[in-house]
Design a protein around this ligand. Sequence first.
Ligand code: XLS
Ligand code: NI
Ligand code: NI
Length: 440
Amino acid sequence: MSQFFNGIGKIPYEGKESTNPLAFKYYNPDEIIAGKPMREQLKFALSWWHTMGGDGTDMFGVGTADKTWGESTPEARAKAKVDAAFEIMEKLSIDYYCFHDRDLSPEYGSLAESNAKLDEVVDYLAQKQKETGKKLLWGTAKCFDHPRYMHGASTSPSADVFAYTAAQIKKAIEATVKLGGNGYVFWGGREGYETLLNTDMGLELDNMARLMHMAVDYGRSIGFTGDFYIEPKPKEPTKHQYDFDTATVLGFLRKYGLDKDFKMNIEANHATLAQHTFQHELNVARVNGVFGSIDANQGDPLLGWDTDQFPTNVYDTTMCMYEVIKAGGFTNGGLNFDAKARRGSFTPEDIFLSYIAGMDAFALGYKAALKLYEDGRIEKFIADRYASWKTGIGADIIAGKMDFTKLEQYALSRGEVTDSLTSGRQEMLESIVNNVLFSL
Ligand code: XLS
Ligand code: NI
Ligand code: NI
């Protein structure tokens, strides 16, 4: 096999005392944690677009990193990307990957030709998966970068664009099924609007749902048994994205009867763009039974866009994994690094250093979250705080035995309620988190 990273060997786990930059300090793939190897608990995935294609190009400048993989034709480059990606995954002990169709293979002259070339890459991926045991976490279609999608894909005012979108997604679902993926993601890249002066929002939302129903019907008909995901994001590229946040998407899924087939793919940076915390989005998904998968990255609090940084904030990874633990762990989902090294971190070695940083942040966060959960102080505090719902009037309300008249009688007879209010103890709880985190 050709080697793209000759100077870099398999990244070892050396433990927290290690100062070797090319070693894991916390991620020990085969260590058993909560009954399973860490690699199976965390289910890390490489994102094809950032890692194999992202060269640092931004609004103000050209790329800084070479992501040509030594090839000048699109066909040869697509194949070289596969070899390089599998080398990265092997060396970093990453078991999964995620793709957009066009990251695997670009568009050629016609849809038929693009499909045929994509098939070749998918066949090659299938072969590599067989040889290495690596797996596909989820697939998706890039229905946002070509000019035809300038006004949206399934929400375009053009019915022809809707048809093209359907054709592209049909093929991407076929590729996902062929590669054994248990997830298919809809991130509504340009499904939103810039101005209501030219937009029929009602029709656009109905059409988005129509396309998703067709996707579900087709996916199930060809044997896709995994989860469809929607990845909420409030803005960027459009001013107002329809999949604003988890709560908005839930309303959409329920209105259109899609909630049985769809779960959420929660991205950290999208949560902050929606002015939520990462944990908030995960919690909303969990308590509504639609927690699915995670795009692991972090934004910059001083920048209002999707910076997609590799996650290093251990408070965030801890509270994220706390939600994952409370959700019962991953089933079809996992932790996809929808993250890119900074434009100034342009060397091949930076790919490894940034994944190591992100994976260690999640491994440490997972250990902290488990300890916090097992410690039990937070859970007990919450349970005690709602104790009034276990007996007496609270239990009667939950049992459906109460109505307004009875509650009024109760309130009149009971008098003022100040004696049953207790402190929220936020500061104490925050210090418990610190206590657990820093005694690991
Ligand atoms: C962009 C999204 C995108 C999705 C996949 O902001 O995060 O990368 O994860 O289409
Ligand atoms: Ni994402
Ligand atoms: Ni994003």
